[in-house]
Design a protein around this ligand. Sequence first.
Ligand code: ADP
Ligand code: MG
Length: 598
Amino acid sequence: MPSQTLGGPAHADAGSPSLAAGSRLKKFLSYYRPYRGLLAADVACAFVVAAAALALPLCANFVTKRLLSGEPASALLGEIWLVGGVMLALVVVQALCSWFVDYRGHVMGAKMERDMRRELFEHYQRLSFRFYDQQRTGQLMARITNDPLSLAELYHHGPEDLAIAFFKLIGVLAILAWIDVRLTLVVVAILAVMLPYALYFNRRMNRALRRTKDRIGDINERVEDALAGIRVAKSFTNEKLENARFAYHNDRFLSSRSDGYRSEAWFSGGMEAFAQLITIAVIVFGSVAIARDSLDLADLVTFLLCVAVLVDPIKRFANFARSFQEGITGFDRFMEMLEVEPDMADPPDAVVPTQVQGRITFEDVSFRYAEDTAWVVQNLSLEIEPGEFVALVGSSGAGKTTLCSLIPRFYDVTEGAVRLDGVDVRRIRLDALRSSIGVVQQDVYLFGGTVAENLGYGRPDASRDEIIEAAKRAHAHEFIMALPRGYDTDIGERGVKLSGGQKQRLSVARVFLKDPPVLIFDEATSALDSESEEAVHGSLLRLARERTTLVIAHRLSTVRHAKRILVLSDQGIVEEGTHQALLAADGAYARLYRGASI
Ligand code: ADP
Ligand code: MG
C-alpha cells in the first residue's frame, strides 16, 4: 500500500491500466454491488432490444415470402395484419426497454458515480496535513470530478454494449447463415477487415483523447495559478508574460485535439464506407444469386435488413473498447488516491479522555517535515501546567507554528512524544484530542455561507444567542451588525468583503464558541490594529482562565503580561521567564523586543 508520506500519487504516469491487479478489479466491480438488481434488469432489457431488432427483419422476411408465394393476396390479409400486429408489439416492447436502459441504466451509472465521489470525498476528509502539503488542489479536484464521470459511462454502457453487441452480432450472423451461407461468408470477409480497422483508429482516438485530457489538466492548472496570482501579475504588469504562458498550453491542447479529430474522421468515415461496402456486396452478389436462382427476392430483402443491423454491434464494440480504456485509466487514478493510507489512523486501543486537565508535555521532541529536510524542532522538552498561560515568541521561521501543530497532531513528532495529561497524543482518539483543543491559525479560512454559519462551525449545535455572545467577546459583534444583513450576511456575496482583521475576529469567535480546555492562538490577532488587538486580548485572557493557553504573538506588547514567556529560536527554547526578567537578561528576547518596538 502506498503510504501517504510517499507522496506524488497524483503525478503517477498514465501508463498501462493495471486493472489486472486482482484487488482493483474486485474494487471496480464492487461499485455494482448495491445495484445488482438494476444491472440485471438493464442487461435483460438490452437483450430484449437486441432481440427485437433481430426479430423485425424476420417478420419482414415472413411477409415478403408470403406475398411472393403467388397465393391470392386476399387470403393473406389476415396473416399480414397479424404479423403487422406482432411487429407493432415488438416495437412497443423495444421502445419500453430502450426507455428503461436509457433512463434507469443511466441513473444506475450516475448513482455509482455518486458513490465513488462520496467515498473519495470522505477519504479526502481523513487525509492529513502532510498529504495536503504535497498535493495540488487542481489535481485533487480532477480526481473527484472527472474520473467518476468517465467511469459512470463505462459502468452503465459497458455491460449493455457488450451484451447487445455480442447478441446482435451472433444473432445476425446466424440468421444470415441460415438464409445463405455463401453470401454470409462475403459479409464476414468484409467484417474481418472492418474490425481491425475500427480497433486501430479507436486506439488512436483514445490515445489522442488521453493526451487531450492531460493537456486540459495543464490548462486548468495554469488558469488556477494565473487567477490566484492575478493581482501579483497586474502589479508587476506581467499580463503579457501570463498570456504567453497560457498560449503555450492552449496551443498544445489544440494540437492534440486536432490529432483526435483526425482519427475520429478516419474512424467514422471508414465505418460508414465499410457499411456501404457490405450493402453493395450483398446487392451485387445477392442479385447474381437471384439470377442463378439460388436465392429469392424475399431473402435478399431480409439480408439487406439484417446487414443494416450489423454495423451497430461493431460500433458498440469500438465504443466499449474506448470507454473501457478511458474508464480504466480514470479508475486507476481514482484508486491511487483512494489507496493513500491516512497516516493518522487511530490505534485500536485509542483512549478517550473523560476530563481533559490540559497538561501539555513535550518530551525530547524532534520534528522535521520530511526526511530530506532540516529539523525544525530538535530535542525539545517542555511542560505546560493545566490552566497555565504561556506565550511563545521568536523570529519568523523559528518553528512556532510547527511546534503548536504537534499538539493537535496536525503532524506527528518524528522523535520523542507530545503528551496531553500524560497520555501520548498518538494514543488518544483523534476526534477527542482535537475537540479538546481550540486552534486559531495564522491564516484564517472562512467557508462560504453566512456569518452565523461560519461562527457556528465551532459548535454546530450552538444557539443564535451563544453565537452572538461569542462574537461579542471576540469584538466582532459591532462590525457584524454593520453588515447589510447582520449575522445572516453571506460572506461570499458580492460586495461583502471582510478585512483581514475582521476575518481574524470571526475565527477567534469561532474558537470562543467551541470553548475547549486547551487554547492555541497562533498570531491570531496579528492583522488587528493595536486597539482591537488589546480588546480581543482582553477577552482571550478572560477565556484563558482555567484553561491551558498557548499564545504566539507577533507584537510582543500583547504578551507582556504573560507569567511565562518562551523564546524559540533555531536552537530550541533559548530563554524563558517573565517580560521583566527577560528584558533584564538582555538576551534574545530583549533583542526581539527592541526590534519589534522600533
Ligand atoms: P514560525 O511559525 O515560527 O514562523 P513555522 O513553524 O511556520 O515558523 O516554520 C518553521 C520552518 O518549517 C520553516 O523553515 C518553514 O519553511 C518550515 N515549514 C513550515 N511549514 C512547512 C510545511 N508544511 N512543510 C514543510 N516545511 C514547512
Ligand atoms: Mg507561524
